[in-house]
Design a protein around this ligand. Sequence first.
Ligand SMILES: Nc1nc2c(c(=O)[nH]1)N[C@H]1C(S)=C(S)[C@@H](COP(=O)(O)OP(=O)(O)OC[C@H]3O[C@@H](n4cnc5c(=O)[nH]c(N)nc54)[C@H](O)[C@@H]3O)O[C@H]1N2
Ligand SMILES: Nc1nc2c(c(=O)[nH]1)N[C@H]1C(S)=C(S)[C@@H](COP(=O)(O)OP(=O)(O)OC[C@H]3O[C@@H](n4cnc5c(=O)[nH]c(N)nc54)[C@H](O)[C@@H]3O)O[C@H]1N2
Ligand SMILES: [Mo]
Length: 769
Amino acid sequence: MARPAPVNDINENELEVHDPKSAAAGIKAVMVSMERGFSQAGVNRTVRSMLRVNQHGGFDCPGCAWPESITGARKPAEFCENGAKAIAEENTVRTVGPEFWAAHSIADLEGKTEYWLGHQGRITEPVMIREGETHYSPVSWAEAFNVIGEHIRSTTPDRCVFYTSGRTANETAFLYQLFARSLGTNNLPDCSNMCHESSGSALNPTIGIGKGTVSLEDLGEAELIFVVGQNPGTNHPRMLSALKECRENGGKVVAINPLPEAGLLNFKDPQDPASLLRGGAQIADEFLQVKVGGDLALFQAFGHLLLEEEKRVPGSVVDKAFIEAQTEGFEAYREARREIDWEETEKATGISRLEITRIAGMLAKSKATIICWALGLTQQPHSVDTLKEIINLLLLQGNFGKPGAGACPVRGHSNVQGDRTMGIWEKPKEWLLEALDKEFGIQSPREHGFDSTETLQAFEEDNVDVFVSLGGNFALANADTAALEAGMKRAGLTVHISTKPNRSHVVHGRTSIILPTLGRTDTDDKHPKGAQFLSVEDSMSVVHSTRGRLAPVSDHLLAEPVIVARMAQATLGEDHPVDWRGMAEDYDVIRDHISRVLPGFENFNQRIRNKNGFVLPNPPRDSRSFATDIGRARFTVSPLEYLEAPEGHLILQTMRSHDQYNTTFYGLDDRYRGISNGRRVVLVHPEDLKDLGFADRDLVDVVSTFRGTERRADRFRLVAYPTARGCAAAYFPEANALVHRELVARESNTPGFKAMTVRFEPHQADQLS
Ligand SMILES: Nc1nc2c(c(=O)[nH]1)N[C@H]1C(S)=C(S)[C@@H](COP(=O)(O)OP(=O)(O)OC[C@H]3O[C@@H](n4cnc5c(=O)[nH]c(N)nc54)[C@H](O)[C@@H]3O)O[C@H]1N2
Ligand SMILES: Nc1nc2c(c(=O)[nH]1)N[C@H]1C(S)=C(S)[C@@H](COP(=O)(O)OP(=O)(O)OC[C@H]3O[C@@H](n4cnc5c(=O)[nH]c(N)nc54)[C@H](O)[C@@H]3O)O[C@H]1N2
Ligand SMILES: [Mo]
């Protein structure tokens, strides 16, 4: 078995483990953000960019999708430590030019770690490698587009795949899907397929929209907020301020997680000096240490207990008027939740009946509840059922369309939600295709395309001739790393529109092209009508503009919309009905088209110039109505399901450290969890370690099992850690090699990144040669 991508270059003997922190952010966070900026980009660029991030007329932080306030004033510094690190990554003055590619062969680069690749700097000009060559070398933009056009024209559209990572702005995403559909394919997989797809799969049929139903202000007004399967201290640090506000207004916060994450327990707000002096604010009032995959059982138990309480005191819990007027399926739900098997519920959740009952009491009392979740709930076989159960609970108490209440899937990439709104979807709705055909005079294909999991399979089965990647790092982000890399290498052409080198450039197709692009912070002013701006949509459906202001590191970079348009022109020819050139020259032209194709974007060009942008329509939030096929919200019934590891095995989840942005590594530490200088670790409860016959810091190989098959990843250090019993945790993407491509969430097809069954074997010392 091939060794997985070397994503960690440290010697496992250098690993340091300290006690996990009990508080997130604080002075240390401010210092770290400044330090990273200065070392990558110098003082001047850092200060200029920090003054612009998330401000009116500035650029949207390329970190997470957490919203800024559109009603209150923006704070002078509307960013967090990890946003600052993301900006420093992009702002860097280090460059990767022709001399870099001449100095490093592919064989050499294949041995480099992802950390090393990312730290070389921003790519300055297009490069290409052809079959038989050992090095990438410079190519003109014109030649690059010609080669792309030739390759695409020499195959059929169904063998071309167009992947999108969620940093892509709205206008670019719209052009990109238009290109794929003009060509004749819906092969538009995106990072959302690996991320929150399960959320959309649960929300669309139940509440008629695949998005969250709360605004930022709602969090401040909630009586109760559940934060489930989410590590906001690291991944959405600005969310902590909203949770703090909820508590200051008398609300309560309950964290549900197998790990006691620092940001869930305590928070020192770097923007509030008083909180720093006091030693931080408590965030979670309660912490339920659920087993990985035990949430469906937990939410079913809550449903049962709420219905019991309603029986005891009729009219106290259930919002009968709402249920009768706006929903369907309540009786079947009530029947399904009438009985509960407490023994099994305790086994599935790892939480006692007493504790579950106590928290259900908080739910019963709350008149305004918000349930927030992220990837801890979306990457398991029964994820869609778990999320539907959350919707049942919210419907039961009428927690839609009123202040302080609703469903809050907390998105990842800064524009992942907007990309889907723009039509990046392998399963487009008929209305969208019809609208595109009418607006542009094209004939969009009706057959559904590949999602990210089907793309992985297509690579394995040699069904991909051309793979275009608009941002992202598909090879490392997806499951089954070894098989995926081998498949990518057999593809005819891979094209990466990127800012920095990454693993996907190295495990490339027979011909491969890297097209370097402007990033969020860069000025985009080489247009006949002068500087252009783009737009994004945050996690709460607010669309606003983003405009970079820093001088690009190279004169050869092109903006993403320009790259997409020129690719389309080179492929489809000059007499194609779509005016690619006009749209690339003036993004207002793209926005005019969008305003005629997508509902909610009327007068796009005018409204995007409002200081705070505009909010997209959201029927559950705006009018307590549900645009499902039946015009009502749906209660659903799912059987109890949870993850169980056989004797000698544990359930493994994968997660992000505090020092990474997905496959980009800022460093090799995970400060809040007390892990430094190492990423190849598995966190295991001390009692489980003992039961399995291992000790803290043992060096092991990890073996995952799935339907009679095994996958291995070698040389991991076991670390005794206070996680839930029976569960283990390792970092993404080091553990991706262990994920079988058929281990997916039903309905959404999202990889089971938080649902592996694993065992450990003592690592046999490597043979010395
Ligand atoms: N700094 C930084 N910010 C980021 C990112 C980043 O990499 N770095 N990535 C961005 C992206 S694309 C995304 S999608 C988001 C991801 O944001 P998160 O979803 O917070 O990311 P993960 O690190 O995967 O953390 C998952 C959390 O779920 C918990 N968990 C795991 N399994 C279960 C379970 O079965 N039940 C419950 N209740 N909890 C569980 C884990 O212990 C962990 O706390 O963050 C975005 N923001
Ligand atoms: N095991 C495991 N695997 C996971 C997950 C998990 O929790 N566990 N999470 C999944 C999730 S939620 C996601 S979203 C995916 C992430 O999957 P991707 O979105 O594919 O990966 P990223 O690491 O975010 O992409 C980083 C690359 O994007 C490029 N880039 C950065 N900024 C820009 C830009 O402005 N423009 C362009 N064109 N390129 C840019 C850089 O070259 C960088 O190397 O991974 C998934 N994989
Ligand atoms: Mo994500």
